[in-house]
Design a protein around this ligand. Structure first.
Ligand SMILES: Cc1cc2nc3c(=O)[nH]c(=O)nc-3n(C[C@H](O)[C@H](O)[C@H](O)COP(=O)(O)OP(=O)(O)OC[C@H]3O[C@@H](n4cnc5c(N)ncnc54)[C@H](O)[C@@H]3O)c2cc1C
Length: 437
């Protein structure tokens, strides 16, 4: 087996997007040597729109404000706007990597093709440059917003069908009749972009959602949400308060032409979009129910109505996809690996996932905290094995409640949904346990 270096680093980190970078930064802080594998030529993950796996479009801005988006130990620059665009996020991530000296550890243009259990423990990592190397621990951070979920509608559509991850620029669709299927954050952004230059834009949604404006009383909506969470109330009360704030700031969105939500705020990730209600009220976006079937250029909806389109954009979300590891090793259950704290394998004490979490409340600080727990656990295995065994006992007991009383609605996009308050609290408690030696 070809080793990467004469003295082999201990840990492999797969992916150099925000999650991989957070993992590397925390390993480095803990003094653990590692190698980062990145299939693309640069860091940044989806925020580098030159990365073939990037799912951002020309006008993507964050839906989380810059204070909430940034890592806790590396603020975004003052000159950034409240909601940075994707080139700014990429430049921030590059600065983060340079500030913490991560770049030199990363093998760019080297995609991991397989991780296999070694008979002596640990993992053999095979990558696209033909190298195989053994690592004591592997942290998977290959992202979960890049592999498209594509529903299979009956019938054939005669125009062009593309997934949101292939959508880059609305100008391509000037003068086209566009149907956007799915009213998640990407679908809403895309409908808003297209409706400014396309003659007809229809947004198909199977259920009503609560649309949060980007500002509530002049403050970024997520910062208001964080204030509500910081009260530490049970999820049902937090949801009630968010509902009141939503009504005060945005009003009754049915009057703007949007369907009534069939769930309370916080029961599904927030749709943050000021402009969908605005353009719906101006008739530039019209709302349709779910799609039943395609019939040439016509699309039949669940209420029996039909309309003709040139373009269908499937904004139907993403699947967790980890093609280089076996489902058995990943303990795949339903549509995701069944990992403790979304990070710790229940089968192997040397396999971790960083960032398999929803981005509500900012992905970066959450994965930062999660990565700190992973690196502390790896340190404990090496230095304080009794502590690591205490942690293993918690994994075995597996009795975490990460929902804080919120009953999330049963839809695929809620697979990685939790109460942010409960999740961050649990991560902090686990970190404290590992730190107490
Ligand atoms: C349109 C859009 C807008 C978003 N807006 C926000 C927002 O406002 N705020 C927020 O907090 N989050 C947002 N997100 C969520 C976003 O996923 C996270 O911010 C973050 O990018 C996730 O980081 P990651 O490192 O886990 O995954 P990614 O960013 O996907 O990075 C994964 C990296 O792994 C690499 N990789 C994959 N497979 C391999 C392999 N086999 N070998 C080596 N390398 C590999 C990829 O090239 C990539 O660089 C948004 C997502 C989308 C799609």
């Amino acid at each position: 087996m070809k080793a990467l270096h004469e003295s082999q680093p201990d840990v492999a980190v797969i992916g150099a997007g925000p999650s991989g970078l957070a993992a590397m930064r925390n390993l480095k802080a803990a003094g653990i040597d590692f190698v980062g594998y990145e299939s693309h030529a640069g860091i940044g993950g989806i925020w580098d729109w030159a990365n073939p796996k990037s799912s951002v479009y020309r006008n993507t801005h964050t839906i989380t404000s810059k204070e909430i988006t940034a890592f806790s130990d590396f603020p975004m620059p003052d000159e950034f706007p409240v909601y940075p665009g994707h080139p700014q996020v990429l430049s921030y991530l590059n600065d983060y990597a340079d500030n913490f000296g991560l770049r030199a550890h990363i093998r760019f243009n080297d995609a991991v093709e397989k991780i296999a259990r070694s008979t002596d423990g640990g993992w053999v990592v095979s990558s696209s440059d033909g190298t195989q190397a053994w690592f004591r621990d592997v942290i998977v951070a290959n992202g979960h917003n890049w592999y498209p979920r594509k529903p299979d509608f009956p019938g054939e559509f005669a125009g062009r069908v593309l997934h949101a991850c292939e959508y880059k620029d609305a100008r391509e669709f000037a003068d086209k009749r566009v149907l956007v299927i799915g009213a998640g954050n990407s679908g809403c952004d895309i409908a808003v972009e297209c409706c400014q230059i396309s003659p007809r834009v229809v947004l198909s949604m199977r259920r009503g959602y609560n649309f949060y404006p980007k500002f509530i009383a002049g403050y970024p909506a997520d910062q208001v949400g964080m204030k509500v969470r910081s009260l530490g109330l049970p999820g049902k009360w937090a949801s009630k308060i968010m509902g009141w704030l939503l009504r005060l700031s945005a009003g009754d969105q049915q009057r703007m032409g949007l369907p009534k939500p069939d769930h309370r705020p916080l029961q599904t990730p927030a749709i943050v979009n000021t402009l969908v209600p605005y353009y719906t009220a101006h008739g530039r976006i019209t709302i349709a129910p779910g799609v039943d079937r395609f019939e040439g250029n016509a699309v039949r909806f669940s209420d029996g109505s039909t309309q003709e389109f040139d373009i269908v954009i499937l904004a139907t979300g993403y699947e967790i996809h980890i093609p280089f590891a076996s489902n058995a090793d990943l303990d795949w259950q339903g549509n995701k690996p069944d990992f403790y704290l979304y990070a710790f394998s229940k089968k192997f004490n040397d396999l971790f996932i960083a960032g398999m979490t929803d981005s509500t409340g900012g992905h970066f600080p959450t994965v930062e905290l999660q990565s700190r727990v992973i690196s502390q656990y790896i340190t404990a295995k090496r230095t304080y094995p009794a502590k690591a065994r205490e942690f293993d006992d918690l994994i075995r007991k597996n009795n975490l409640d990460l929902n804080n009383g919120i009953d999330f609605i049963d839809i695929p996009r809620n697979a990685t949904q939790f109460s942010l308050l409960a999740f961050r609290r649990a991560l902090t408690e686990h970190l404290n346990l590992l730190a107490a030696v």
